[in-house]
Ligand binder design. Structure first.
Ligand code: FMN
Ligand code: SF4
Length: 577
């Protein structure tokens, strides 16, 4: 019986095929069309029954194929018909609509009132002022370049985050670069090198250099000074960013399969065509924090004095502290640091990495900002931030927490037409954004989408200017954590300055540790190695290692009043004790 019901659809198509065939001969030639359709379905059913790979198709011939069809179109169905406006998958429909509206210059206003639950946990707002300001301009800029930099760069506070040609299609890269040129902001190349598509429209470039040294590697994959200098001195390259890690997959390298190494990708990366290519999980040009900073200095010299910095997602806090100590020890400082949050995007990464590795942006950014304040270097090192920054409010919150500027990757993908179908790794992107298939790329018209990129940038900054005006400040750099308030329970709210308190300028230099994470972890770090001087368990149990010349006081025994390290001290939270 169950056999009959499982095969009902198959029997019905056989019946329909036979009936249409009989009708063709008996009545009219027009019956041939259904006869052919049902004949094809009968053949499909026979194939389903005889194949051995798919159980569903063997058990449910013909009709079982619908499962694959529905699975194929599920993201689109979910997006268009089922998804709630506020469901974050990973970006809500409201977030995406905001980008589309700003990019297309359609109405980005909302009638009738908020759709947010203002009494829900995590709801955030910016406190407004009784005396709003009148911003003259929304083209907010900062100057990046510390004392050792001879070609400082005037950077917009909103820029396109790193995405390689290869992860993005040629048309998407061109649209973004042209948009950056139209809007006078910067376009980060991603670690796949500076492709011909990055250079066609003259947009300012931030050259992102990962462990594969694409575009500046010798035939063995090692960093090449000569090739680097040749590219870095190009006038479009305004800053150089050493990628240490990325929030979506920190500590994970990547392999570009041979089939994806097309002649154009090979040309941009400086690798052989149609040969598998490895991006190691760590850099080969340096091993220790001091060597990292020496590398920064070398790149600055080779580039002719352009701003050089690094991008990272925070992991073990003592590794970041080791870099900070290396700055103090060598006197070499990066011109900028970009903090990427675990919530950041990627072309493709293992699910465990996407979901469970790396510190989220707010905690990571706050830790880096506080450390630089604590060692007295905050003024000369600019801080960028990325991780689901889409709206002007996202920017305001991030800048209140310490960022000097914001980058967005997926925001600009939406601006060039991405619909969040999440098929980026399959080469079947329906909107031509992340595919190398020329047919699919054709739909993405560079001129049209470039204007949208510029519009999204410009309109977001205008919205930011309005927010700042309401808050009573002139420049996003004036925002402080106390400007933003978060609901932490049904009856309690807190300003971010209480959740993420400030460090006093220079306090780490004086060996004062007002926050647990610094008291416990700062002394563990050493400029000479990313490895800690002793383990976190030893630190938490008061059995910290020997004093270190530049490490400040070692952790004091648990019996001391200062050693009130709580279990959460082992986290990356910069929260107070
Ligand atoms: C398709 C894609 C490719 C990316 N490629 C790189 C890369 O080559 N180098 C890098 O440092 N980050 C890369 N990222 C990370 C982004 O630059 C950014 O840090 C992260 O996505 C957070 O920003 P978002 O939340 O605005 O997307 C990539 C992200 C995406 C979505
Ligand atoms: S880039 Fe393409 S495949 Fe990736 S999420 Fe957007 S629309 Fe989908």
């Amino acid at each position: 019986m169950s056999f009959v019901s499982r095969h009902t659809a198959f029997y019905l198509v056989i019946l329909a095929a036979l009936a249409s065939l009989v009708f063709t001969f008996a009545f009219s030639i027009w019956w041939l069309a259904p006869a052919l359709v049902f004949g094809a379905l009968t053949a499909l059913g026979v194939r389903d029954l005889t194949q051995t790979r798919h159980t569903i198709r063997r058990n449910y011939p013909v009709i079982g194929n619908l499962r694959y069809l529905f699975e194929f179109i599920r993201p689109e169905i979910r997006q268009y018909f089922l998804e709630e406006d506020s469901a974050e998958l990973p970006f809500s429909r409201s977030d995406r609509s905001l980008v589309y509206q700003r990019a297309k210059r359609t109405i980005d206003k909302r009638p009738f009132g908020t759709q947010e639950n203002v009494y829900g946990d995590g709801y955030e707002w910016i406190n407004h002022s009784m005396s709003p300001t009148k911003p003259k301009d929304s083209d907010f800029r900062i100057t990046v370049g510390g004392p050792a930099c001879t070609q400082p760069y005037s950077l917009s506070v909103f820029n396109i985050s790193a995405m390689s040609f290869g992860a993005l299609s040629a048309n998407a890269v061109m649209a973004m670069n042209k948009g950056a040129a139209l809007g006078n902001f910067a376009h980060d190349t991603g670690e796949g090198g500076i492709s011909r598509y990055h250079e066609m429209h003259g947009g300012d470039l931030i050259w992102n250099i990962g462990s594969g040294y694409f575009g500046c590697r010798d035939e063995k994959g090692r960093f090449s000074e000569e090739l680097f200098a040749r590219r870095a001195t190009h006038p479009n390259v305004k800053m150089i960013e050493i990628k240490l890690s990325q929030g979506a997959k920190p500590g994970h390298g990547g392999i570009l399969p041979a089939s994806k190494v097309t002649p154009e990708i090979a040309e941009a990366r400086g690798i052989p065509v149609w040969r598998e290519c490895d991006s190691p999980s760590r850099h080969g040009a340096f091993d220790t924090p001091i060597e990292l900073l020496e590398f920064v200095q070398k790149l600055r010299e080779l580039s002719g004095g352009k701003p050089v910095g690094f991008k990272l997602c925070i992991g073990h806090p003592w590794e970041w502290f080791a870099i900070a100590k290396a700055m103090l020890k060598t006197g070499i400082t990066p011109d900028f640091i970009v903090v990427d949050g675990a919530e950041g995007g990627t072309g493709a990464a293992p699910i465990e990495f996407v979901n469970h590795v790396g510190t989220p942006l707010r905690e990571g950014l706050r830790l880096v900002h506080s450390t630089l304040v604590g060692i007295g270097l905050r003024e000369q090192i600019k801080l960028g931030a990325s991780g689901k920054i889409i709206s002007a409010f996202d920017m305001a919150r991030t800048m209140a927490l310490g960022a000097d500027w914001c980058n967005s990757a997926r925001g600009f993908m939406f601006a060039v037409g991405c619909i969040q179908a999440q098929a980026c790794h399959t080469d079947k992107c329906p909107t031509g954004v992340t595919t190398q298939d020329p047919g699919r790329q054709k739909g993405l018209v560079v001129g049209d989408k470039a204007q949208r990129v510029a519009n999204y940038h410009g309109n977001t900054l205008k919205a930011l200017a309005e927010l700042l005006a309401a808050a009573g400040v002139e420049h996003p750099g004036d925002l402080r954590p106390h400007h933003i308030v978060r609901r932490i329970s049904a009856s309690r709210v807190s300003v971010l300055s209480a959740l993420f308190p400030d460090l006093a300028k220079g306090e780490l230099l004086e060996g004062k540790y007002s926050q647990t994470i610094f008291r416990v972890t700062w002394p563990m770090a050493q400029a000479e190695s990313f490895a800690p001087l002793y383990s976190l368990s030893a630190a938490l149990s008061g059995l910290g290692g020997p004093p270190h010349e530049d490490s400040g006081p070692t952790v004091v025994p648990a019996s001391s009043p200062r050693a009130n390290a709580s279990p959460e001290a082992g986290t990356n939270s910069a929260a107070p004790a």
